[in-house]
Design a binder for this molecule. Structure first.
Ligand SMILES: Cc1cc2nc3c(=O)[nH]c(=O)nc-3n(C[C@H](O)[C@H](O)[C@H](O)COP(=O)(O)O)c2cc1C
Length: 198
Protein backbone atom coordinates (compact mmCIF):
# COMPACT_ATOMS: atom_id res chain seq x y z
CA UNK A 1 0.00 0.00 0.00
CA UNK A 2 1.34 3.46 -0.80
CA UNK A 3 2.48 5.50 -3.77
CA UNK A 4 4.55 2.65 -5.14
CA UNK A 5 3.04 -0.13 -7.26
CA UNK A 6 3.16 -3.82 -6.27
CA UNK A 7 5.91 -5.97 -7.81
CA UNK A 8 3.35 -7.50 -10.16
CA UNK A 9 -0.35 -7.17 -10.89
CA UNK A 10 -2.25 -9.07 -8.14
CA UNK A 11 -4.95 -10.02 -10.68
CA UNK A 12 -3.12 -11.14 -13.85
CA UNK A 13 0.53 -11.33 -12.67
CA UNK A 14 1.77 -8.80 -15.26
CA UNK A 15 5.15 -7.16 -14.52
CA UNK A 16 5.38 -3.43 -13.66
CA UNK A 17 6.52 -2.45 -17.20
CA UNK A 18 2.96 -3.30 -18.34
CA UNK A 19 1.42 -0.86 -15.82
CA UNK A 20 0.06 2.51 -16.91
CA UNK A 21 0.13 5.53 -14.62
CA UNK A 22 -3.30 7.15 -14.46
CA UNK A 23 -2.09 10.44 -12.97
CA UNK A 24 1.40 11.21 -11.72
CA UNK A 25 1.39 14.27 -9.46
CA UNK A 26 4.91 13.69 -8.12
CA UNK A 27 7.78 14.75 -10.42
CA UNK A 28 9.49 11.57 -11.64
CA UNK A 29 12.88 12.53 -10.17
CA UNK A 30 11.33 12.90 -6.67
CA UNK A 31 9.46 9.59 -6.46
CA UNK A 32 12.18 7.66 -4.61
CA UNK A 33 12.48 10.39 -2.01
CA UNK A 34 8.69 10.56 -1.54
CA UNK A 35 8.56 6.78 -1.11
CA UNK A 36 11.28 6.93 1.56
CA UNK A 37 9.28 9.60 3.40
CA UNK A 38 6.06 7.51 3.10
CA UNK A 39 7.84 4.63 4.83
CA UNK A 40 8.44 6.92 7.82
CA UNK A 41 4.70 7.52 8.39
CA UNK A 42 4.09 5.58 11.57
CA UNK A 43 1.62 2.83 10.79
CA UNK A 44 1.54 -0.54 12.47
CA UNK A 45 1.37 -3.81 10.56
CA UNK A 46 -1.61 -6.10 10.90
CA UNK A 47 -3.24 -9.21 9.55
CA UNK A 48 -6.80 -8.51 8.44
CA UNK A 49 -8.63 -11.85 8.36
CA UNK A 50 -12.21 -12.41 7.28
CA UNK A 51 -14.71 -15.21 6.91
CA UNK A 52 -17.69 -15.72 4.61
CA UNK A 53 -19.32 -19.01 5.55
CA UNK A 54 -16.68 -21.72 5.09
CA UNK A 55 -14.27 -19.46 3.20
CA UNK A 56 -11.54 -17.79 5.26
CA UNK A 57 -8.56 -15.68 4.28
CA UNK A 58 -6.26 -12.96 5.52
CA UNK A 59 -3.84 -10.33 4.27
CA UNK A 60 -1.29 -7.87 5.58
CA UNK A 61 -2.56 -4.34 6.08
CA UNK A 62 -0.80 -1.21 7.35
CA UNK A 63 -3.76 1.12 6.88
CA UNK A 64 -5.68 0.45 10.10
CA UNK A 65 -6.45 3.44 12.25
CA UNK A 66 -8.96 4.46 14.89
CA UNK A 67 -11.47 7.04 13.61
CA UNK A 68 -13.71 7.59 16.67
CA UNK A 69 -13.61 6.48 20.32
CA UNK A 70 -17.31 6.92 21.09
CA UNK A 71 -18.41 4.61 19.58
CA UNK A 72 -15.06 2.84 19.12
CA UNK A 73 -14.53 2.67 15.35
CA UNK A 74 -11.58 1.87 13.12
CA UNK A 75 -11.00 2.18 9.38
CA UNK A 76 -9.05 -0.12 7.05
CA UNK A 77 -8.14 0.46 3.38
CA UNK A 78 -8.38 -2.88 1.57
CA UNK A 79 -7.48 -3.43 -2.09
CA UNK A 80 -10.52 -4.25 -4.19
CA UNK A 81 -8.70 -7.02 -6.08
CA UNK A 82 -7.80 -8.88 -2.87
CA UNK A 83 -9.46 -12.13 -1.86
CA UNK A 84 -9.79 -10.66 1.66
CA UNK A 85 -11.77 -7.75 0.17
CA UNK A 86 -14.20 -10.20 -1.44
CA UNK A 87 -14.84 -11.91 1.91
CA UNK A 88 -15.23 -8.65 3.86
CA UNK A 89 -17.55 -7.16 1.23
CA UNK A 90 -19.79 -10.23 1.48
CA UNK A 91 -19.81 -10.92 5.23
CA UNK A 92 -19.16 -7.44 6.66
CA UNK A 93 -16.85 -8.83 9.35
CA UNK A 94 -13.11 -9.23 9.96
CA UNK A 95 -10.55 -9.49 12.74
CA UNK A 96 -7.34 -7.49 13.02
CA UNK A 97 -4.29 -9.31 14.43
CA UNK A 98 -1.71 -6.82 15.71
CA UNK A 99 1.70 -8.17 14.64
CA UNK A 100 4.68 -8.19 17.00
CA UNK A 101 8.10 -6.64 16.26
CA UNK A 102 9.54 -10.01 15.17
CA UNK A 103 6.60 -11.17 13.02
CA UNK A 104 8.29 -10.44 9.66
CA UNK A 105 7.65 -14.02 8.55
CA UNK A 106 3.89 -13.39 8.80
CA UNK A 107 4.21 -10.28 6.61
CA UNK A 108 6.01 -12.32 3.96
CA UNK A 109 3.39 -15.08 4.11
CA UNK A 110 0.25 -12.91 4.14
CA UNK A 111 1.41 -9.81 2.24
CA UNK A 112 2.72 -10.87 -1.15
CA UNK A 113 0.53 -13.65 -2.56
CA UNK A 114 -3.19 -14.09 -2.69
CA UNK A 115 -5.06 -16.67 -0.64
CA UNK A 116 -6.74 -17.57 -3.94
CA UNK A 117 -3.43 -19.37 -4.75
CA UNK A 118 -2.62 -21.15 -1.48
CA UNK A 119 -3.74 -21.71 2.12
CA UNK A 120 -2.05 -18.93 4.07
CA UNK A 121 -3.04 -20.42 7.43
CA UNK A 122 -1.33 -23.78 6.89
CA UNK A 123 1.20 -24.27 9.73
CA UNK A 124 0.27 -20.93 11.33
CA UNK A 125 -1.10 -20.93 14.90
CA UNK A 126 -4.66 -19.62 14.58
CA UNK A 127 -7.56 -19.10 16.93
CA UNK A 128 -11.06 -17.86 16.23
CA UNK A 129 -12.41 -14.47 17.27
CA UNK A 130 -15.94 -14.35 18.69
CA UNK A 131 -17.20 -13.27 15.25
CA UNK A 132 -15.70 -16.45 13.71
CA UNK A 133 -12.83 -14.74 11.88
CA UNK A 134 -9.29 -16.16 12.19
CA UNK A 135 -6.81 -14.49 14.52
CA UNK A 136 -3.04 -15.11 14.53
CA UNK A 137 -2.45 -17.08 17.74
CA UNK A 138 0.83 -15.30 18.61
CA UNK A 139 -0.31 -11.74 17.82
CA UNK A 140 0.23 -8.91 20.29
CA UNK A 141 -3.57 -8.58 20.45
CA UNK A 142 -6.60 -8.46 18.21
CA UNK A 143 -9.68 -6.40 17.32
CA UNK A 144 -13.01 -7.64 16.05
CA UNK A 145 -14.68 -5.48 13.42
CA UNK A 146 -18.17 -5.12 11.92
CA UNK A 147 -18.35 -2.98 8.78
CA UNK A 148 -20.65 0.06 8.88
CA UNK A 149 -21.56 0.04 5.22
CA UNK A 150 -23.05 3.54 5.04
CA UNK A 151 -19.78 5.05 6.38
CA UNK A 152 -17.47 3.01 4.15
CA UNK A 153 -16.21 4.44 0.86
CA UNK A 154 -14.93 3.42 -2.55
CA UNK A 155 -11.58 5.26 -2.77
CA UNK A 156 -10.48 3.91 -6.16
CA UNK A 157 -8.19 0.88 -6.01
CA UNK A 158 -9.23 0.31 -2.38
CA UNK A 159 -12.35 0.35 -0.23
CA UNK A 160 -12.07 2.25 3.02
CA UNK A 161 -14.03 0.03 5.39
CA UNK A 162 -15.23 1.91 8.48
CA UNK A 163 -16.11 -0.52 11.27
CA UNK A 164 -17.57 -0.74 14.74
CA UNK A 165 -15.40 -2.65 17.18
CA UNK A 166 -17.36 -5.61 18.51
CA UNK A 167 -14.61 -7.19 20.61
CA UNK A 168 -10.91 -7.83 20.96
CA UNK A 169 -8.18 -8.15 23.55
CA UNK A 170 -4.56 -8.95 24.25
CA UNK A 171 -2.90 -12.23 23.22
CA UNK A 172 0.92 -12.38 23.55
CA UNK A 173 1.44 -8.68 24.33
CA UNK A 174 4.86 -7.18 23.61
CA UNK A 175 5.96 -4.50 21.19
CA UNK A 176 3.99 -4.09 17.95
CA UNK A 177 5.69 -4.17 14.55
CA UNK A 178 5.73 -0.84 12.72
CA UNK A 179 5.69 -0.28 8.98
CA UNK A 180 8.90 1.79 9.25
CA UNK A 181 10.75 -0.95 11.15
CA UNK A 182 9.61 -3.57 8.62
CA UNK A 183 11.03 -1.51 5.73
CA UNK A 184 14.30 -0.85 7.60
CA UNK A 185 14.82 -4.60 8.07
CA UNK A 186 13.87 -5.30 4.41
CA UNK A 187 16.33 -2.66 3.18
CA UNK A 188 19.10 -4.16 5.35
CA UNK A 189 18.28 -7.66 4.02
CA UNK A 190 18.42 -6.41 0.43
CA UNK A 191 21.74 -4.65 1.04
CA UNK A 192 23.11 -7.87 2.61
CA UNK A 193 21.88 -9.97 -0.33
CA UNK A 194 23.49 -7.50 -2.77
CA UNK A 195 26.85 -7.79 -0.99
CA UNK A 196 26.61 -11.59 -0.90
CA UNK A 197 26.04 -11.59 -4.66
CA UNK A 198 29.08 -9.33 -5.39
C1 LIG B 1 4.02 -4.18 4.30
C2 LIG B 1 2.73 -4.40 3.55
C3 LIG B 1 1.64 -3.56 3.77
C4 LIG B 1 0.43 -3.77 3.08
N1 LIG B 1 -0.63 -2.95 3.33
C5 LIG B 1 -1.80 -3.14 2.66
C6 LIG B 1 -2.93 -2.33 2.96
O1 LIG B 1 -2.90 -1.44 3.80
N2 LIG B 1 -4.09 -2.59 2.27
C7 LIG B 1 -4.16 -3.56 1.31
O2 LIG B 1 -5.23 -3.78 0.73
N3 LIG B 1 -3.09 -4.33 1.01
C8 LIG B 1 -1.93 -4.16 1.68
N4 LIG B 1 -0.86 -4.97 1.41
C9 LIG B 1 -0.95 -5.94 0.30
C10 LIG B 1 -1.76 -7.19 0.63
O3 LIG B 1 -1.38 -7.74 1.87
C11 LIG B 1 -1.51 -8.22 -0.51
O4 LIG B 1 -1.98 -7.68 -1.73
C12 LIG B 1 -2.11 -9.57 -0.25
O5 LIG B 1 -1.43 -10.51 -1.05
C13 LIG B 1 -3.61 -9.68 -0.56
O6 LIG B 1 -3.96 -11.01 -0.27
P1 LIG B 1 -5.36 -11.69 -0.58
O7 LIG B 1 -5.63 -11.64 -2.06
O8 LIG B 1 -5.13 -13.12 -0.10
O9 LIG B 1 -6.40 -10.98 0.20
C14 LIG B 1 0.33 -4.81 2.12
C15 LIG B 1 1.42 -5.67 1.90
C16 LIG B 1 2.61 -5.47 2.60
C17 LIG B 1 3.77 -6.39 2.36
Amino acid sequence: MGVFPPAKCPQCGAATDRFTQSELLIPADRIDEVIRACWKVTYGLYLVCSRDGDRVNGQVCNTIFQVTSDPPRVAAAIGRANFTHELIARSGIFAVSILGRDDHRMVRRFGYRSGREFDKFKGVPVREAENGCPVYGEAVGYLECAVVRELSADVGTHTLFVCDLTGGGMIAGGEPLTYAHYHEVRAAERAGAGKAGD
